[in-house]
Design a protein. Structure first.
Length: 450
């Protein structure tokens, strides 16, 4: 059956920039149709792929089928000039890609430190005393010099368990700043699509509830709290959750186990507190009267704390139609090196409101670095980075300061002399020495800043 007329009618709705809201069942049917079309032999899926990564700069040399030893032959070798910064080294799903960097013997900086991918996992290096040689690391006479070899594994990314794992696991072998820019633009468009004061209030309320669930009262133990069997299991699960989030750090013992309650004072003003709190006789426990300042969704706050599942479900269904809330799709992605351990609150399979731990997208892509030993660096000022294996996770955002930029910043800090003890980020940006350096570095930019 020809469905092109229906697709053309659907395309007419994309001309409007306003969000298109529909029941969840409609969205699931559309996604099912997309999966069918993408897997159909009558559709050229190559046109559906994202635009290719920009071509390699002309000042970067490119060679193919280059041997580096008796075992490994590179599919492609890129040769970079002195001072080149490479954040996303190209790799291959069928072999190895080499990246050869020219170095300054007097200012030796490891080019692998610029790589944006989180590296670790299975690591190793040359055993002390072992002789390793690479056919690309040679001196002026063409003789291979002694070098060291170390290898690391990409650590992948972390995603929310409620996100589209299949979409985020699409492998890539090339990446660039343009891909990062596209990802940031998509995230920004998604945020702006549903931006509203109501959304901000609801998200703040969800974050407040997550903090209450994670921390509880947090005050020293004074009164004994009698817990039911189910509540004891919940308390143990919370302790395990906190242990995982805080990377093995266990919370202090002897803390209050009181339940968090939602109540009203004598003036009918709402507040949240520990069940053992009393404004007249016991003020040592947690209490918060700021929930009445208009920045919280009081109906949702009361429904969750009081256990009114019906009211909470109605509110969550209402905000779902607006594109956010615990039932909405999540697109949270974090670099593996980030300390971010959990996502926004969601409903789990048991319909409980939880803040799920981020899920690791494993990656087996490897990086091998061949570097001349220190006594041979002046004779062979080059470093070879070999990348192999695709990355089945989103392109990571750059979070590292390139070594050459970091070195220049340290030089500027060293030149501040007596101003250094009193320096602050604002004073550093406005310091005459920094302003003079930026003006000389970027003469075409008016009032350049860090």
């Amino acid at each position: 059956v020809n469905i092109r007329p229906q697709l053309l009618r659907l395309a007419e709705f994309t001309d409007c920039d306003a969000p298109l809201h529909a029941p969840l069942s409609i969205k699931q049917e559309l996604e099912s149709a997309l999966r069918f079309l993408e897997g159909s032999s009558c559709v050229d899926t190559s046109v559906l792929q994202k635009s290719p990564t920009p071509e390699t700069p002309t000042f970067v040399k490119r060679r193919t089928n280059v041997a580096i030893n008796r075992i490994t032959t590179l599919e492609v070798l890129y040769e970079y000039p002195l001072g080149y910064t490479l954040e996303y080294p190209e790799t291959s799903s069928t072999g190895c890609i080499g990246h050869l960097f020219h170095m300054d013997p007097d200012n030796w900086e490891d080019p692998a430190l610029n790589i944006a991918y989180s590296r670790g996992g299975r690591v190793g290096r040359t055993v002390s005393g072992a002789v390793v040689k690479c056919l690309l690391l040679v001196d002026a006479k063409g003789i291979a010099v002694e070098c060291s070899e170390r290898h690391t594994t990409c650590q992948g990314s972390k995603i929310c368990p409620n996100s589209d794992t299949e979409e985020l696991s699409i492998p890539h072998t090339k990446a660039s700043r343009e891909d990062v820019r596209d990802r940031l633009k998509k995230d920004r468009d998604d945020r702006l699509q549903y931006v509203s004061p109501t959304r901000d209030i609801f998200l703040k309320t969800s974050a407040f509830l997550a903090a209450l669930q994670k921390l509880g009262c947090g005050r020293p133990l004074h009164e004994v709290t009698t817990l039911s069997v189910s509540e004891e299991e919940e308390w143990e699960a919370k302790e395990l959750y906190t242990y995982q989030v805080q990377r093995g750090y266990r919370a202090k013992e002897g803390l209050c186990e009181g339940r968090i309650v939602f109540d009203y004072d004598d003036n009918e003003r709402p507040y949240v507190s520990c069940e053992h709190y009393n404004p007249k006789t016991n003020k040592d426990h947690f209490h918060d009267h700021s929930v009445n300042d208009g920045s919280y969704h009081l109906e949702y706050l009361e429904a969750i704390i009081s256990g009114d599942e019906r009211e909470a479900a109605q509110i969550e269904e209402a905000v779902l139609s607006l594109g956010y809330g615990p039932l909405a799709d999540c697109s949270t992605v974090a670099n593996c090196s980030q300390q971010k351990a959990y996502s926004f609150p969601h409903r789990d399979e048991a319909k409980n409101l939880t803040q799920p731990l981020m899920k690791r997208l494993e990656c087996s892509s490897k990086f091998r670095v061949f570097e001349p030993k220190e006594e041979f660096r002046r004779a062979c000022p080059m470093v070879l980075v070999v990348a192999s294996g695709p990355h089945p996770h989103p392109v990571p955002l750059p979070t590292k300061t390139p070594p050459n930029v970091r070195t220049k910043l340290m030089e500027l800090l060293g030149m501040l002399s007596e101003d250094l003890p009193d320096i602050t980020p604002r004073r550093l940006i406005r310091h005459p020495l920094v302003q003079s350096f930026l003006t000389s570095k970027f003469p075409l930019i008016i009032c350049p800043t860090l």
